[in-house]
Design a binder for this molecule. Sequence first.
Ligand SMILES: [Zn+2]
Length: 266
Amino acid sequence: MTPGQRAEARIAELGIRDPKDLDVEAIAFDAGVSVRYAPLIGCEATLVGLGSRAIATIRESPVRGRERFSIGHELAHWELHRGKSFRCGVDEPTLNLESNVALEREADEFSSHLLMPRLLFNPIVREYRWPTIAQIHEVAEIFQCSQSATLIRLAKVDTLPVIVACYSLEKRLWYCAAPHVPRRWRLKAKLDADSFAHELLTRATSTLVPRKQSADAWFENDDADEYELLEQCVPGMPGKVLVTLYLSESEMFDVGYDPDVGWRAR
Ligand SMILES: [Zn+2]
């Protein structure tokens, strides 16, 4: 079983059928992990195990979604990597997307599946055609998760042709594409001046609902200008923009391999 499958199996074992019942502290306690909060310095969370019990210490945050994600993350270390102690640097899955630390990524995967299990998440998302920023915010509230954690989950559940990405003016920081999005489409490594996201960072104008945009603004492929997609974006951390791209034209799925761009595994 993958870490995500293990987390979802736990939710099924506990008989949780409503997002309101996703009490991550109770789930952790049931697995032997007591949660404490403290003003940690230099890390977001720690896990110390002793016998069959462990203590997860979580840095207090005004954003409950971040605390919850950290609890799920430490529970994952307990479930998957028992026998080690952890000091974890992030309370958001996005930063680990920029790194290659396998255990941290596994813990993030476990946590996002635990907090947004497919069986509860998909029916809620399915109600929206192309979720707007406000609707994503609603979903994030239902699951008490951060906006970026919710966006990444939206891509990973693979029900919509979506790419989620974060950029600064200098470069792309991370991105996550729904697995069924064709790999021929190569996302630009730098923000294009024609993108709404670029406008947001240079002129502070958010695009909070999906708006039509030339695919050329986002993909390196020579034929990208023949297609349109839907783009929306919100400010992320200072100096960063969070982008959602919906590949709304089915033609972008029908077109074949692009020899000029090449194929690179994600
Ligand atoms: Zn960790």
